[in-house]
Each structure stands twice: as C-alpha cells, then as structure tokens.
Write a protein that binds this ligand. Sequence first.
Ligand SMILES: [Zn+2]
Length: 471
Amino acid sequence: MTTPADAPADLLVVGGDVVTMAPGREVVTGAAIAVADGRIAAIGTPGELRARFPASPELDARECVVIPGLVNAHQHTTADPLVRSMIPDDISSQEAIFDWIVPLHDQVTGDDDELSAALTAAESLLRGVTTLLEPGTVAHPLRVAAGLASAGIRARVGRWGWDVPGAAHALPAAETLALQEETVRALPPGGTVTGWVTLVGHDLASDELFTGAAELAERLDVGLTWHVSPSAADTRAYAERAGTAPVLHFRRLGVLGPRLLLAHAVWLDDAEVDAVIESGTAVASCPGAYLRLGQGYGRAGRHAELVRRGGRLALGCDSHNAGDAPDVLGAARLLAALERDRDETPVLRADQVFALATIDGARAAGLGELVGSVEVGKAADLVVMDTRDLSWTPRGDLATHLVWGAPAHTVRDVLVDGKVVVRDRRLTTLDADALRREAAERSAGLLRRAGLDVPHRWPVVPAGSYARRPS
Ligand SMILES: [Zn+2]
C-alpha cells in the first residue's frame, strides 16, 4: 500500500469520465487514476490523488472518456497483415485458405513474421486494443513475440501445430507438442507477451494431439486455443471421422473446460451449445470474419445464446482478410447488429456487448484477474478517447455510444502495463513511417515468393498513360 505523500505515482490520468467495467459497472466522472508499477494504484478525485501522490506526472483526460483496454481474443498477426485487402472477396473461404493463405505461410520468413506482428500490434493499439491473443498460425513464434513486444501490446502467443498425415508442415503429435512446450517455456509468465498452447484445430489434429495439448496447457498452467466450426465444414468432417459433432467429440476426449478457448464455434447444434456451457469452455467470436467469408453466422450462430445462458464469450477480429481490421469496437458493433437483426428476446444489449470487448472477453481468455476493467490492483491498461470529436457530440448513453457509435477513431492515448504506448494518436514505441516502408517491401517480396498476383478490380493507370489515352 502506498503511504500518503511519500511516493509519486508513475502517472496520474486526470479528469476523464472512467468506464470502469467493475462489478457495479460504475462510470466515474471527473476521475483521476493513479498508475504505479504498471498497476492501477488508486481511483479518486484529482484533488485526493494529487495529495496522495504529490509531484506525479499527469496525463490530462478532461473532455475524455477512459475505458479499459480492449481485448482481442483471436487475431492472426502473420502473413495476412502483409497482404491485407488482397485476397478477393468473391471466393470461398476454402479457396482463400488453400489458394492464398497456405502458399503465403509457406513463404513467410522470421523477419516477415516480426514485422507483420509489430504492424498488427501498432494498428491494434491505435484502436484501443491492448490485449491480443495470437491463435497459432505462426511459424516463428519468438519473432512474433518480439514484434508484438516492440509495439508494447499485451499478448499471448503460441506456435502453429497439426499432425494430420499429408498436410504441409505436419509433424507427429509428440513433436508438435514438444515444439508447443518449447515456445511456452521461452515466453514465461510475468512479461506482457507470454506463451499459450495454440493448435490450428479444425480437422487437422489427431485425438492424441488434442488430448496432449490439453494436458500440456494444464501442466504449464497456460491457456489453450484452437479453431472449430466457423462454417459447416468441421461438422461434416467430424461426422465422418467420429460419428458425432466436433464439440461432442472434444467432450468425449475430455478436452473441454475453462482453460480452452474455442475460436468461432459458430455452427453448433443444441447438444454442443450445452456442452460448451456445462464445461465452462470459452468461445472467441469474430463476426467480421463470418460476414466477410460468408460463413452463415446469421443462419447458424449461437453466440448470443451462450451469453444469455452465462457462457464465456470474447470478441476477435481474426485476420486482415477476414474481419480485416484489428478493431474490437468494430467487432462489437457487428455482433450487436447481427444479433439485433434476429429480433430475439432478450436482445443482446450494447452494455453486454461492450463487456465482451473488455471484462468478459478478458475472463474468457483467462485474463480476467489482470485486465478488462479499471479497478485498483489491475494492470494499468487504459484507453483515453477524445470526446471533443464530433462523433461524440452529443454524448449519449455511454454503452450505446461505445458499441453503436464505434468511436475507435477517437482513441487519443493508450497505456499498457502502465506505459504510455500511444500519445496524441501516435505510437511512442515504434516509428510508423519505418513500419510502413518495410511493410510495403516485405509485402511485395512475400507475394513474389508465393507466386501470387493481386487481382485489381479497377484498371490501375499511371498518370502519364492516362493523359495520353486515345479520346
Ligand atoms: Zn483464426
């Protein structure tokens, strides 16, 4: 406990209206937040906290709304960020994977991975996302971790892994698990970027690999994630493979439980929904991806039902060609809209959806004790939004405004672990111009090596030849 008037805080964030997302969901107006040793040390009036932490540096948050750092529980940081908006939007998700993503992942270098992760983290932070879970399509996890750390974001990272015979890069289960363990041990707890067990999932893992991964996560005391059922393809595959639905197969294997975060789990039948809820398994919902890839969320999705029944749901933004922007407030708005359109009661309200972007998402990712709300003792992951922007004028109900108004463009300052990583809308950690230049070079090189040509919908015409075109 800090004693009065004897130690300056590292920073006082002064004068903002703080959306706490604490159990009482209080919005504390005109508040000051003291940050010390990476944690929230106190919340009070500016007068009280200036007296208690004299001579502390201050961040003026008057005319601002301060929210907890947003949580993105499913964000690919490799390959895709270097080819954003390049995968055509009129092909199937299977074609996108096998004609684009797989050849790209075959060609990514460690340098590509590090830059691509830094780029994703930088863009995330500028949109108020302070925690990111990389769900395991990573060939060079330590390079990804370095890229994420260079931007200053909080993240969980694992290595890719699958063991189905015949798939490129597949390794036997034991080897896959050994590499998973190596990654987690190389990114130990305590830092802002630490390890998780991350299988790609779908139908690319044997039962031995699924159960081994669950045991490994338990033994190392870390989280575990894999993909399942964004579309109906996994349901069909498991009907053939196991004679049952994927989630019921996982239950039979004994791998469901609070440690597991399933990515997507869109196409679930009634028994699978029950199994997810009864086992306390979490789900990461990526509405932008379902819409972009035409995966039928509106027909099949059960995520609001999970929330209504007390299940654990987080939001994710998937990848730069599926969801397209690491923008958690954008994802919140899409999920709210998709669910509102069903016209089911009770409606999934904006305050519930904002909780998915913050405290409930943090809990789903196993990080609820650390982040997701502005409370004393928690990590100082804070986002200051400038409400002088006209998109905040006039300011309505805060939950409604934060979700339906999607004001991510008003993020002005961001703290992660008490460190200011965005100030006045600029990164303090990385040179955005250098990132941009390197990304352009690496993007061109990656496409060349993968043998991919980006189809442009409109003719691209240099000005010289445009001026000289025949009339
Ligand atoms: Zn994914």
